[in-house]
Design a protein around this ligand. Structure first.
Ligand code: HEM
Ligand code: HEM
Length: 277
């Protein structure tokens, strides 16, 4: 199925993947070249898993999970399969975030550094907890088949808002963490003397902001939204026949008295049933 402004979508998607991958490479170079490398020994090498897993898992994978429904080459896949992919990627992102938090707690306990004293840690742990809630509610409402269709549609605007809000918060929390680490970690020359490590990691912060902005852009373009199952079904079967296995009014009911209505119009109307399929 054709997507409106497909070229712009491809440009936005390529830029998103590029900025995301380069951000992960930047964290790797930071911890391996400028810092103590990676290890699981209660020392600095263990702390370094924290930024790496947060950027690769909680930011990059979460971002991709959010836009996965928007990829036009997945539109021929069933909605159920896409739900499993969306939920599965969010689950992976959550697991990596938990391991990342364990790494920093373990490091703090080993080095006798207090836990949970900073705003970064308060907001960060809250984001991880709310993300878990979003995941459980998402599975309960959209994957378990007994949830009424009415609930699914009613909950969707909240699901989308809280998902985008959490994603944005996680990027902001990462920026706070990066700044803290530069202030703690750079001594002689200090952060204020702007050594090469500071410039490099400031650029990492910029890359994360651009990645976040691109994900939000893609996820909020109405014309790039995955069409409703009913529109896809109608186009695949090349007709407006009723399909009693689908939820909501049939296409023929929706288009009654509007023979000249275009597919775009039908799609707009059906999208009002957001989350019902
Ligand atoms: C500590 C969460 C990203 C640097 C913490 C703690 C949490 C947390 C919950 C508290 C651990 C404790 O008290 O023992 C998050 C979340 C992130 C994130 C949700 C999401 C992206 C980052 C990044 C860095 C970073 C990218 C960059 C190096 C730190 C530092 C600490 C810390 C230096 C120890 C000081 C403190 O407790 O504030 N983080 N973090 N964090 N994080 Fe992050
Ligand atoms: C859509 C976030 C977990 C089902 C969305 C959207 C966001 C989002 C931002 C809007 C995407 C768009 O408009 O293209 C999240 C977050 C989750 C999560 C942050 C985990 C923490 C889940 C789970 C399910 C689920 C576990 C269960 C299947 C859906 C569905 C849509 C959706 C059905 C509508 C897609 C569409 O009709 O185009 N989610 N989600 N989500 N999500 Fe989630």
């Amino acid at each position: 199925m054709a997507m409106e402004n497909f070229r712009q979508f491809l440009v936005a998607l390529s830029a998103t993947v590029l900025f995301g991958v380069v951000s992960i490479i930047f964290v790797l170079v930071w911890v391996l070249q400028y810092r103590e490398g990676l290890a699981w020994d209660g020392a600095a090498g263990e702390f370094n898993w924290h930024p790496l897993l947060m950027v690769a898992g909680f930011i990059f994978i979460q971002g991709i999970a959010i836009i996965v429904y928007r990829l036009p080459f997945t539109w021929q896949c069933s909605k159920l399969l896409m739900k499993f992919i969306h939920a599965g990627l969010h689950l992976v992102s959550f697991i990596l975030a938990v391991i990342s938090v364990v790494a920093v707690f373990d490091f703090h306990n080993g080095a006798k550094i207090p836990n949970m004293y900073s705003l970064h840690s308060w907001l960060g742990l809250t984001a991880v907890a709310l993300y878990c809630l979003q995941l459980v509610l998402g599975v309960g409402i959209y994957l378990i088949p007994i949830t009424p269709v009415y609930w699914r549609a009613a909950f969707m605007p909240l699901h989308i808002y809280s998902g985008l809000f959490l994603f944005t918060s996680v990027v902001a929390v990462a920026l706070m963490g990066i700044t803290e680490k530069l202030i703690f970690g750079l001594n002689n020359p200090k952060y204020k003397d702007l050594p090469p490590e500071a410039i490099f990691v400031n650029v990492l912060g910029l890359l994360l902001v651009i990645f976040g902005a691109l994900i939000l852009w893609i996820a909020t373009r109405p014309s790039w939204k995955r069409p409703s199952e009913q529109v896809l079904h109608t186009l695949h079967t090349d007709g407006g026949g009723e399909d009693n296995t689908k939820v909501g009014p049939s296409l023929s009911q929706l288009t009654e008295g509007a023979d000249s209505e275009t597919t775009g119009d039908v799609r707009k109307r059906l999208n009002k049933l957001d989350g019902a399929d």
